[in-house]
Design a protein around this ligand. Structure first.
Ligand SMILES: [Mn+2]
Length: 327
């Protein structure tokens, strides 16, 4: 931490980024640091690989974030690039390759474990797997730099925490998430509005889509495990885009009997995006890693280019084995 703080102090220009298909945590940490660094007169910019989902409009993303894909604006030479909520440079590609050319140093600020068989993060990186969200690490950085909080910083960091803990359901054996949130609430005057933007944003069509999918869930191992396949045709039939299915894995984990479950989303022909969750009896990250993906111990994912039957069979086999050995 102290090494990174020194790097930040030295840097005149800082570029902030987060992983492709950003989420509330990466975005909140990025914007929290952005607003904080502006207060200490850094030349700071946010550049992400791809667009931000609409539900985050309340963070004024269009005003503060530039997009690399589809933009013709070059990346200017920058002292320091900070990449939030991932330590896997492949999730920033092809922006990452550009940052390597233009930035003096690059550091990942993240709470995911480093992949056993992935690219190593840069030497300046700060990986804190005990943090329930990257926003909490961003908060610690802001505190270390003795930057005063304000409403914009608070809303961004609060977004990180409530998003990754799913409204404090997934805290990591620590009071830290709650304590930081309590401090932020002196500045964030309408937390219920943030909760609404993040979690109560479903259209009626989305519920019809969900209803059709819940019927297609396949339970096995005494209803302790389940797999849900989402086909392209399921999305198009309800006017949905892949982003609309991202929260489904977390919704189905509300089934009491389940220990773990997987959603296999068909992104295009023979390409699948796998999301796996466990309630904690056993870890599922290794399954994602076996497909070249990664994530947390109990929440992981991968994208694969394999026939569906193969993907399905591997996941069923691995989940069944893990469940058996967890008993
Ligand atoms: Mn995160």
């Amino acid at each position: 931490m102290q090494k990174l703080i020194a790097k930040i102090k030295q840097a005149n220009s800082i570029l902030l980024s987060t992983h492709r298909q950003c989420d509330g945590d990466g975005l909140g940490a990025q914007l929290g640091l952005f607003h904080a660094f502006r207060k200490i007169n850094k030349k700071v910019r946010c550049v992400n690989v791809d667009a931000t989902p609409k539900k985050y409009d309340y963070l004024n993303t269009a005003k503060f974030i530039q997009y690399y894909e589809g933009s013709h604006e070059p990346i200017e030479p920058t002292d320091l690039a900070l990449i939030l909520d991932t330590n896997d440079k492949r999730l920033i590609s092809p922006l990452y390759e550009e940052l390597e050319k233009k930035c003096t140093s690059i550091a990942f600020i993240d709470h995911h474990p480093i992949l056993d068989e992935g690219p190593a993060p840069t030497a300046d990186s700060l990986i804190e797997t005990k943090a329930a969200s990257t926003g909490e690490i961003a908060f610690a950085i802001i505190k270390s730099l003795q930057i005063g909080l304000d409403a914009q910083i608070a809303r961004a960091i609060y977004t990180s925490i409530v998003f990754d803990t799913q409204l404090f359901r997934y805290v990591r054996n620590s009071a830290q998430s709650h304590l930081i949130a309590a401090e932020l609430l002196s500045y964030e005057k309408d937390p219920a509005e943030v909760h609404k933007f993040l979690f109560a944003n479903h259209k009626v069509e989305k519920f019809k889509f969900l209803a059709s999918l819940l019927d297609q869930m396949v339970y096995f191992a005494d209803k302790k495990l389940a797999i849900l396949k989402i086909k392209q045709s399921d999305l198009t039939a309800h006017g949905m885009v892949p982003e609309d299915s991202r929260d489904i894995i977390d919704l189905i984990m509300n089934v009491e009997s389940l220990s773990a479950a997987a959603v296999i989303l068909e992104t295009h022909n023979r390409h699948y995006k796998i999301s796996i969750r466990s309630k904690g009896a056993f870890e599922v990250r290794a399954i994602a890693e076996s497909f070249g993906g990664g994530g947390h111990m109990y929440a992981a994912g991968a994208t694969v280019d394999l026939p569906y039957e193969k993907v399905h069979a591997v996941i069923v086999e691995q989940l069944t084995q893990l469940l058996k050995h967890s008993a």
